[in-house]
Design a protein around this ligand. Sequence first.
Ligand SMILES: [Zn+2]
Length: 411
Amino acid sequence: MQDYLVLVAVLLALLVGLSTGKAWERYKLVEGRWIDRRRVRQSPHFILGLNYLVAGRVDLAIEELEKAARLDTGAFELRLVLGNLYREKGQVGRAIQEHQSLLQRPRLNKVEHANVLLCIGLDYRRGGFVDRAVAAFSDVLKLDPENEAALINLEKLQEDQHQWHEAYVTRKRLAQIAGPPDQPKSQSILAFLENELGLQAFKAELLDEAARRFEAAIDLDTSVIPAYVHLGDVRLRQGDLAGAVAIWERSIDVTPDRAYLALERLEQAYGRMGAEHRFTELCRQLTAAAPREWRARTALARYLTAANQPARAIELLFEALEHNPHALAIHQVIWNTLSLLDLPKPLVARYIEITRQSVFYLDPHVCIRCRYRSTELLWQCPHCHEWNTFVEERIAPATDTEAEIPAGLMP
Ligand SMILES: [Zn+2]
């Protein structure tokens, strides 16, 4: 019986303790008034605000969440989110003000402090205050050295300012934190950064250094094609024509669908070696391997036209055009070749027939991440800042089943 009473007493004490704790969690003393924290989350304004947010109606979401925030002036997360919404709306000054007022609060714990600083960094970045953004993200990392969001933002800021070395160091840290599952992506980004470092060295005429950087890029990720193209350029500058040709040919072996990037360079190099036949062979090989490859056809046609064989060239060009009616470059070469042939009526009629059904548009390169369009192939998207996300979009007959997106680039 004694034992039983003791047990009940202990349980009672526990219950009292728990409910006091609950009450403490639920109520909070703010400026001499007890505030029911639960009221904020249960207020219709809070729920309505979230609903508007989900529906993408930021203005209405802000309105409701502001009303909810008035119920509890201490609501930390809510104020943080409100600040972020102001930023999304483009009201950067207001966002900074909101977030900085949170920083003034006493008794912020380390996580809260880091979160506010991260948001301030994002505000500054959005407002274009680069130095302040860098400082804010660096402060986050002092509190939380493994904060991925801060590292990613820092990396993008460094890339924007072409601080390739700093971006490289940041990416290394990210790769370490992410561990094996994310390693291939980091390897690829590091390879592109090495390539940029190589270009910097190349511009400064530091040829050995540049070659080392481009080689390191290829070692990190064999599919980083610009590194091959530029390494060939360095070899050429070093007087090593055969070495340049070898590296450009290797780039074509690695990704035949981007072969055109080295095509013009190879044409000139083969010419200098007196081995023009290797160029025509290469173009034929590329065309046979990928029936829709238009640049190899166009390059070969240009070569044949220059070699005084415009009639053979025009057949190749019509083939190229059937697969890629949007490529302006083909039209230009066709008209050039037709003019050389004195505009024979049957050929002009064929040209009109091939193009009649085509829809034309510019900017065939598209970022598979954010759908940004570009006339040129870009290695880093100017919109979402991702590396190696551009593919060439083509209009083609429905029967054509050749893959559009290289397997390695599938999102
Ligand atoms: Zn993009």
